[in-house]
Ligand binder design. Structure first.
Ligand code: ATP
Length: 353
C-alpha cells in the first residue's frame, strides 16, 4: 500500500489552475522529487499532501486510507507527516533538544528523551542538544530540522527546497545524509526542488512538472536518456538542435541517419543532441563526420568545444560538445566527431521553420 497517493488532484487559485489533475504514488522508503520551474505547482502539491491547503478536487490517501476528498479533510497534525522547509523553522527560544521533542506529545518523558537522542544521533547532532538555534550554522540547523521531522517516525516526510539556504559545498554532504536517514527509517519522501542536479542526486524517481501537470515521472536515468518531450530534455542539460524531415523511418542529421520508427514519413522533426552526446570518433563513416574546432573553453572538470561541420551549403553547421577537461584542442584543428545515440532525441515539430 502506498505511503502517499494523490489521485486526480486539482487546485485553483482564482482563475489559475495551480495543480491540474495530478496523480502520484509514493511507496514506503521511496524518495520522489517534484522538479519544475518556478510557479509550476510543486509547493501547492506538498501543501495539499500535508493538509495545509484544503483539497478542492481529487483524493489524497495515506497508507491506503483517505485523508482528504470531497467530504473528508484530516487535519495536518493527524496525518503522520514530517515537514522540513527551506527556512528550517526552528523555534528560536527552545534548545535543540526541545525543538526535536516538540511534536512528541504522546510519549512518556523517558521515551521522549531517548527518541530525541536517537533522532539527533542519526543526524550527527547529539552533542548540540543543549544549544540554541542561533548558535548553529545553517547546515546544523537543517540537520536539527530533519531530526525534528523524523523523530515522531512519520510514514511520510515532505521537504520543500530544504537545502537552498546552504552553501554549495555543504549542500552535497547534507543531501547525502538526508537520503541516508530517510532510507534507514523506511520513510516515504516527497521533496520539492527546482534544481535538476539535486533531484538526480537524491531521488529514486523524479516527477517533472509544468503548468500544474506532471509531464513525466521516471527514474533519473530514464529522464536523462529517454525524455518524453523537448521540455524534459532541456531540463537536464544543454542541447544542440537541428531540424529534419522523416524519411521512411529515418531522419538525416549532421551525423548520419537516426531512426524515427514512430513518426510518419514526411513529418518535420526537431533533433536534440546533448552536448555530451557529441563524442570523439575514429573515422568518417555512417555516423562519424569531420569537424573543425572554432573555440575551446576549459571549465574545470569538463571542456566545452564549439565545432563547425561543413555541410556544402552557405551556412556551416555549428555544434557544441562537452568533453573531458584534458581535451583542449586549438582553433582550426580538424577532428572526427560521432554521436552517442543514447543522448540524441527526435521529436515531431509543428513546422520546419
Ligand atoms: P516555486 O518553485 O517558485 O516555489 P512552485 O512550483 O512551488 O514555485 P507554487 O508555489 O505551487 O509553485 O505555486 C503555483 C502557482 O500558484 C503560482 O503561479 C503561484 O503564484 C500561485 N499561488 C500559490 N499560492 C497561492 C496563493 N495562496 N494565492 C494565490 N496564488 C497562489
Amino acid at each position: 500500500m502506498s505511503a502517499l497517493s494523490l489521485e486526480n488532484v486539482s487546485h485553483r487559485f482564482g482563475k489559475l489552475a495551480a495543480v491540474n489533475n495530478v496523480s502520484l504514488s509514493i511507496e514506503a522508503g521511496e524518495f520522489i522529487c517534484l522538479l519544475g520551474p518556478s510557479g509550476c505547482g510543486k509547493t501547492t502539491i506538498l501543501r495539499l499532501a500535508a493538509g495545509l491547503e484544503p483539497l478542492q478536487g481529487g483524493v489524497v490517501r495515506m497508507g491506503g486510507a483517505i485523508v482528504a476528498d470531497r467530504n473528508i479533510e484530516t487535519p495536518p497534525e493527524d496525518r503522520s507527516v514530517g515537514l522540513v522547509f527551506q527556512d528550517y523553522a526552528l523555534f528560536p527560544h527552545l534548545s535543540v533538544e526541545k525543538n526535536v521533542a516538540f511534536g512528541l506529545t504522546n510519549l512518556s518523558r523517558s521515551e521522549r528523551k531517548s527518541r530525541v537522542l536517537e533522532a539527533l544521533q542519526q543526524v550527527g547532532m547529539a552533542d548540540y542538544k543543549d544549544a540554541f538555534p542561533h548558535t548553529l550554522s545553517g547546515g546544523q540547523q537543517q540537520r536539527v530540522a530533519l531530526a525534528r521531522a523524523v523523530a515522531p517516525r512519520p510514514k511520510l516526510v515532505l521537504l520543500d527546497e530544504p537545502f537552498s539556504g546552504l552553501d554549495v559545498r555543504l549542500r552535497n554532504q547534507i543531501r547525502d545524509e538526508t537520503v541516508r536517514v530517510l532510507k534507514e527509517n523506511g520513510t516515504a519522501t516527497l521533496m520539492v526542488t527546482h534544481d535538476p542536479e539535486e533531484a538526480m542526486f537524491m531521488a529514486d524517481r523524479i516527477a517533472i512538472m509544468r503548468e500544474g501537470k506532471i509531464v513525466q515521472l521516471a527514474t533519473p536515468s530514464e529522464l536523462y536518456t529517454n525524455p518524453a518531450d523537448p521540455f524534459v530534455a532541456h531540463f537536464f542539460g544543454d542541447l544542440n538542435e537541428f531540424k529534419g524531415i522523416c524519411n521512411n523511418g529515418h531522419v538525416v542529421t549532421p551525423f548520419g541517419p537516426l531512426a524515427t520508427p514512430s513518426l510518419p514519413h514526411g513529418s518535420p522533426v526537431n533533433i536534440l543532441v546533448r552536448h555530451e552526446g557529441v563524442v570523439l570518433g575514429e573515422k568518417v563513416n555512417g555516423t562519424g563526420v569531420e569537424a573543425s574546432v572554432l573555440k575551446t573553453r576549459m571549465l574545470g572538470r569538463t571542456s566545452l568545444v564549439d565545432f563547425k561541420i561543413p555541410n556544402g551549403l552557405e551556412d556551416d553547421l555549428h555544434v557544441k560538445a562537452r568533453m573531458g577537461s584534458e581535451f583542449i584542442p586549438e582553433a582550426g584543428k580538424k577532428i572526427v566527431l560521432e554521436l552517442d545515440k543514447r543522448l540524441a532525441f527526435v521529436f515531431s515539430s509543428p513546422s520546419t521553420e
